[in-house]
Design a binder for this molecule. Structure first.
Ligand SMILES: Nc1ncnc2c1ncn2[C@@H]1O[C@H](COP(=O)(O)OP(=O)(O)O)[C@@H](O)[C@H]1O
Ligand SMILES: [Mg+2]
Length: 591
């Protein structure tokens, strides 16, 4: 388009950007003149656009004057205003980089980090198409810092696109592999599994005609009158003498009816007519109940469950309530096919982190490991096997050894710490560069938990293993575990649809809650009030370092970002309702 290029302006912008990041070298700004208009392209990210424009803005009047055919010497003699007006300045922003919208504050640096790593300018996009979902690393780009390089050469802003919680959930759901099927014994250990097969009844329940009450087995057509007691049937296995019309047999609840009996009369509807001389045994009983129907007070064979009936469907959850275990047990199911539950490794990282129960007091800089006990507890309590992977120092070699070992032992790895922008934040580079893993996301627009990272690491011929690298701050680690890791574990365990995610409810907030620029997961204790509604009380200070904000928390209140609410509202007033994700048991409000 340009009649003349203005390479000097390009050099100016590049030089300024290079002071901020070495990746500026990959940038492709364009500047020049068409007719009498100066045209300059700026990166799409606000930060990058500002930095670029600042580097040349002082010279723009000069450029405009020249473009308009003026003499640059006029600048110094006061004619500039008039010429500026005549010249007109056009600056376009973002048109040369389709990724720019993905980078919140990355500026030129992060835009072009993508350009470089995706193959040095080979990336070609048609017609300004803006991809709605963030790019993942499928095209082999490495975004993480090269650990062999100097600290000064590292990213100064995260090269990972900031994505929404929803997008993050979608990526996790996509990248988690299909659940594996295993056989498990039907016993207490079956709780929490999802059935991988339809289970049919192999037997009928009850397997014999059984009495529902204590009383007398009769032939229902016999009617009222006095009858001889010819036998007794207890709830015990054994042969029974057949009953004929005109006879009755004493029977207890759950006991089999003698052959020939067609109903049972409750003991309350009878009277002793004749006993033995010693008074110990009944000889004759008067039946007072009239109009008996066939099978009255009798559970017919298969009336609860018939052989071949569908007992439980594939996909059914074996709950902690026990009903499903009971159902399987009732028809003699000894083993069922279920989806394997993932084994989860939990690793803390950080040179400063020490064993939580170490007796000596802390020296300066040391921090007790609260994340690992927290996450091991949460993983276990949700019914998954947890493997303690200990604490890894912030050294690439150490992290590599620990992760290598973990990959051979567990199905899912959870790490905490080392995912932000610090020079000791080694997780992302180690995952990408040492393990050839794919980082599906490295930043999520949420509070707490912004640096939450999800990746998969290839393992030999096996399916890639998921690794969740959660932020180090204790509240962030715990919130992001519930929000992202738990659904992933459930998906691996065969849960489907909405069952994968935390349950949601509308709750009334008890106090004003101040909104943040990011969507916030505010920790709260929710209770069932007298009218059956749910009320939420904040757990107090929500700083991400404060694990106390999780104490007694059973819900995460989903507070919208300020920008998401209308009317410039900055808080949710007390009494309003918000959505809450349930992470613990509901309690009744004691008032
Ligand atoms: N296991 C842990 N237990 C308690 N605090 C931790 C733990 N790991 C990290 N922290 C603290 O969390 C903060 C952030 O740690 P950092 O390693 O920078 O995490 P990230 O980069 O993932 O946000 C630091 O104050 C750190 O000491
Ligand atoms: Mg750390």
């Amino acid at each position: 388009m340009l009649d003349k290029t203005a390479s000097g302006l390009v050099h100016g912008m590049l030089a300024a950007s290079l002071k901020i990041t070495p990746f500026a070298i990959m940038s492709r700004p364009v500047a020049g003149v068409r007719r009498d208009t100066v045209i300059i392209t700026l990166p799409g990210s606000p930060k990058g656009a500002k930095e670029n424009l600042e580097s040349i803005i002082k010279l723009l009047p000069h450029a405009c004057i020249q473009a308009a055919g003026g003499d640059s010497r006029v600048i110094h003699s006061g004619g500039i205003k008039k010429l500026e007006k005549e010249a007109g300045v056009a600056a376009s922003s973002g048109a040369h980089d389709h990724h720019s919208h993905l980078y919140e504050s990355g500026g030129l640096a992060s835009d072009d980090a993508v350009g470089m790593t995706s193959g040095c300018g080979h990336h070609h996009h048609g017609g300004g198409h803006h991809a709605p979902t963030p790019r993942t690393q499928q095209d082999g780009e490495l975004r993480s810092n090269d650990l062999t390089g100097d600290v000064t050469r590292r990213h100064r802003s995260s090269p990972y696109p900031m994505i929404s919680v929803k997008e993050a959930h979608k990526l996790v759901a996509e990248k988690i592999s299909a659940p594996e099927v295993v056989k498990r014994k039907v016993d207490a250990g079956l709780v929490g599994y999802i059935l991988a097969e339809d289970v049919k009844a192999k037997e009928s329940v009850p397997a014999f005609r059984a009495s529902i009450v204590d009383g007398y087995a009769v032939v229902h057509t016999d009617g009222v009158g006095i009858y001889p007691v010819v036998g007794v049937s207890h709830a015990a296995p054994g042969e029974l003498k057949p009953l004929e019309s005109g006879q009755i047999a004493r029977i207890t609840t759950g006991a089999p009816l003698p052959p020939g009996a067609t109903a049972v009369v409750m003991v309350e509807d009878t009277r002793i007519a004749k006993a033995t001389d010693d008074g110990k045994e009944e000889l004759e009983i008067e039946i007072l109940a009239s109009g008996l129907t066939e099978l009255e007070n009798v559970r017919e064979i298969g009336s609860d469950m018939k052989t071949g009936d569908l007992l439980l469907r594939k996909g059914a959850e074996i709950t902690a309530v026990g009903g499903e275990v009971g159902l399987l047990a009732s028809v003699g199911a000894a083993e069922v096919a279920v989806y394997k539950k993932p084994v989860v490794g939990v690793l803390s990282t950080g040179d400063e982190i020490v064993q939580h129960d170490r007796a000596e007091s802390l020296s300066i800089g040391e921090v007790r490991d609260s994340n690992r006990p927290t996450l091991l507890a949460a993983v276990n309590a949700r019914g998954f096997e947890a493997v303690d992977l200990g604490i890894a120092k912030d050294q690439p070699g150490t992290l590599e050894d620990v992760l290598k070992d973990a990959l051979s032992k567990v199905d899912v790895i959870i790490t905490t710490g080392g995912v932000s922008m610090g020079e000791k934040d080694l997780l992302k580079p180690t995952i990408e560069r040492t393990f050839n893993g794919t980082i599906h996301f490295g930043r999520v627009a949420m509070k707490p938990g912004k640096p939450t990272t999800f990746a998969t690491i290839p393992v030999n011929d096996d399916i890639p293993k998921p690794i969740f690298s959660l932020p180090g701050n204790p509240a962030s680690a715990t919130v992001t575990f519930h929000l992202f890791v738990l659904p992933a574990l459930r998906q691996l365990a065969g849960f489907i649809g909405d069952d994968v995610h935390l349950a949601k409810a509308l709750v009334t907030v008890e106090q004003d809650l101040v909104l943040d620029p990011r969507p916030e997961y505010h920790r709260a204790a929710i209770r069932i009030d007298r009218s059956g509604g749910l009320v939420a009380r904040s757990t107090g200070g929500q700083r991400s370092s404060r694990i106390g904000s999780m104490e007694a928390a059973n819900a995460l209140l989903c507070l919208p970002a300020i920008s998401e609410v209308g009317d410039k509202r900055t808080r949710i007033p007390r009494g309003d309702k918000v959505e809450a994700l349930i992470i613990g048991e509901l309690k009744v409000l004691d008032v």
